[in-house]
Design a protein around this ligand. Structure first.
Ligand SMILES: Cc1cc2nc3c(=O)[nH]c(=O)nc-3n(C[C@H](O)[C@H](O)[C@H](O)COP(=O)(O)OP(=O)(O)OC[C@H]3O[C@@H](n4cnc5c(N)ncnc54)[C@H](O)[C@@H]3O)c2cc1C
Length: 266
């Protein structure tokens, strides 16, 4: 972990050319194999932690600033949209590297400039237009360049209340506080586009939610708040059949229910 920027530059200049370098923020998007990492690891958290307001609408933040701190400070400055940063358990450097986003917000939509450093310790300022960003991905203008800091522009407002609401929403829908490797799947493009527009995605998630509601309604264990003994798919199928059969048929005898429905149709 470097002491500061000068220390980092001196370290990189002294590093033998070609040494593999891995930058780490909070490590919330990394899974390291037991064999470890070949090369050097540079950790930015606590080292690059400057965060300040610049002018009316801009914020300058170094790469090691945790996203949650950025969200909290923006709420104090009443600058937004920045609430979404509260849901990203990483640093700004990690968020820049993968265009992290949550609740319809995305890191690179707010970026105007970045400061980068290369393997030889050379520092550059680059305009955001030099990067191409897409869903959880960016294309950099040059390989082997890492983020030191970014200038973010916020045209709207944000509040501590809105930040708290998003945190609560996250707490209700995700296992916060449990050990987790984060999201393993990416959203399909249609869902991402719908989320960007602020729409609620239709189709599969709604159908699945309806089935789960049905399962809860009809499953005695679920109603009592106990853990179900059967797979969800079994329960929902049984619940659907029971709903069709007027709720009277016993859950353990699906063949009978099916027989009865068939008879009524013939
Ligand atoms: C429970 C949980 C929930 C999550 N929810 C979300 C979510 O809602 N949205 C979302 O987008 N992500 C989410 N993530 C993933 C993760 O939090 C984000 O990807 C975050 O941006 C990673 O930041 P980090 O500082 O921890 O990066 P790290 O995990 O340390 O590194 C991630 C990548 O970024 C690179 N990197 C780090 N710092 C720099 C730098 N300064 N310059 C260049 N490259 C750098 C690393 O080399 C690595 O390739 C979640 C993860 C967990 C565990």
């Amino acid at each position: 972990m470097p002491q500061d920027r000068d220390d980092l530059v001196a370290f990189l200049r002294a590093l033998p050319a070609g040494t593999p370098i891995l930058w780490v923020g909070l490590g919330s998007n990394l899974l390291v194999r037991d064999g470890g990492i070949r090369g050097v690891v540079i950790q930015t958290q606590d080292a690059l932690s400057q965060l300040e307001r610049r002018g009316e609408r801009e914020v300058y933040a170094e790469a090691g600033v945790p996203c949650a701190r950025l969200a909290r400070q923006c709420a104090k400055w009443n600058l937004g949209p920045a609430e979404f940063f509260t849901g990203i358990p990483g640093t700004l450097g990690g968020a820049l590297a993968m265009n992290a986003g949550a609740f319809g917000g995305e890191t690179w939509r707010q970026v105007t400039r970045v400061e980068t450093i290369d393997a030889a310790g050379g520092i550059r300022t680059r305009d955001a237009s030099e990067y191409r960003s897409s869903y959880r991905h960016i294309e950099q203008p040059a390989p082997q360049e890492w983020f030191l800091a970014a200038t973010l522009r916020f045209e709207g407002e944000s509040s501590a209340e809105a930040t708290r609401e998003l945190l609560e929403k996250r707490r209700q829908t995700q296992p916060i506080g449990e050990w987790s490797c984060g999201s393993v799947f990416t959203n399909p493009p249609a869902i991402t586009r719908a989320a960007d527009r602020g729409d609620r995605p239709q189709g599969f998630p709604d159908r699945r939610r309806r089935r789960l509601d049905q399962a809860r309604q009809f499953h005695p264990q679920r109603r009592r708040g106990e853990r179900p003994r059967h797979r969800v798919a079994d329960r929902t199928r049984a619940a659907r059949s029971r709903a069709r059969a007027g709720r009277h048929a016993p859950a353990r005898m699906p063949h009978r229910r099916r027989g009865r429905i068939d008879e009524s149709h013939t």
